[in-house]
Write a protein that binds this ligand. Structure first.
Ligand code: SAH
Ligand code: AVI
Length: 329
């Protein structure tokens, strides 16, 4: 059943209650009591973390954003023509700067109906909803503040042919097994005739990749360290943030970047909200993100294993980044 679109209407629905704040407490309890400490990257994106990520996107070393934008600018008209999309349901939308390229192409084709941003960062969903509603006449915005791993059942029914952008290489934050499971689950979101538009960073010279995650201005380090500020504030913890260092390296075997936080000296951290104490040995590391880099073969394999057909694969002349258009097989 198609849902009628109310022209120009903005609504934002939140599925992250105070007790459910991005599942931080559960993830910290689980992740900091393991022998190899680890936290999922979604907790990097409070209001400050989202701003820091936007600053990363502007860095000279961080090639993914400008490359993906170039690919979208080159092929947006083709993507819109092939999909006939009247609505965009964007996963991990963030500040959605590249999304404008798609919205502009839909507007030019006369098919722009609705935009549905989905993100755990409440500040970005609210600001993008307001901004786009002002900028695109007649556009209806249905914002979802939620976790794309848990809350996709709350999406509104399709308003017509749907395009689901999942940009920025965020799919690379999933380890391989859960990546395929997640992609398989997107079938329901696509609906009949819907398409996925998936941005993936490609395998390349490790020096280029490592430079992108170890920028000379230290913005990525601030982004990574901000996670400890989030835990201090939200769980009443006392991490000595100055006693941690940002680490990022390319794992050549697994073909992914890892971001970690390294304790420069031994630390005992108290987390009031969890009534928990956690020890860090000197040089002990906490893994905060993996960011997988893809070969075209791996991309094809992942899409096929998830029951998705690759319709078209767009890339840049230097093959730094890829944007895949796919639909249910
Ligand atoms: N799509 C944008 C932003 C990428 S940054 C771009 O391409 O530039 C990753 C975004 O995904 C952030 O805005 C972050 O808040 C969001 N995010 C990360 N994990 C998430 C999750 N589990 N559910 C929903 N949003 C998530
Ligand atoms: C959103 N995500 C895919 C970014 C990436 O490149 O892995 C986040 C990021 N981490 C460090 N820099 C940027």
């Amino acid at each position: 059943m198609m849902e009628p679109i109310l022209e120009g209407a903005v609504e934002v629905h939140s599925y992250l209650g105070p007790g459910d704040e991005r599942t931080l407490a559960d993830d910290v309890l689980d992740g900091l009591t393991r022998p190899l400490k680890e936290l999922p990257p979604k907790h990097l994106y409070d209001a400050r973390g989202s701003q820091l990520f936007d600053a990363i996107c502007e860095l000279p070393e961080y090639y993914p954003t400008r490359t993906e934008r170039l690919i979208l600018e080159t092929h947006a008209d083709d993507i819109v023509a092939r999909t006939g999309a009247v609505e965009l349901v964007e996963l991990g939308s963030g500040s959605a700067t590249k999304t404008r390229v798609l919205l502009d192409a839909m507007a030019a084709a006369g098919t722009l109906g609705r935009y549905v941003p989905v993100d755990v960062s409440a500040t970005t969903v609210h600001s993008v909803a307001e901004l786009f509603c002002d900028e695109y006449r007649g556009l209806s915005v249905y914002g979802v503040v939620g976790d794309f791993e848990r809350h996709l059942a709350h999406l509104p029914p399709p308003a017509g042919p749907r395009l689901v952008p999942f940009l920025g290489g965020t799919i690379g934050n999933f380890p391989p097994g859960s990546r395929r499971r997640f992609l398989r689950g997107l079938g329901k979101v696509l609906g009949s005739g819907g398409h996925l538009l998936l941005g993936t960073d490609l395998v390349k010279d490790p020096r280029v990749i490592e430079a992108a995650y170890n920028d000379s201005a230290g913005v990525t380090a601030q982004f990574n360290l901000n996670l400890l500020h989030v835990i201090n504030r939200e769980l009443g913890a006392n991490f000595d943030v100055d006693a941690f260092e940002h680490v990022a390296f390319f794992d050549r075997q697994r073909e992914w970047i890892e971001m970690r936080l390294l304790a420069t000296e031994p630390q005992r951290v108290r987390l009031e909200a969890l009534d928990l104490e956690v020890e860090f040995a000197a040089r002990e590391e906490l893994r905060t993100e993996i960011s997988a880099k893809f070969t075209i073969e791996r991309l094809r394999g992942d899409l096929a294993a998830a029951g998705l057909d690759l319709v078209e694969l767009y890339t840049d002349p230097d093959e730094l980044f890829a944007v895949s258009l796919a639909r249910c097989a």
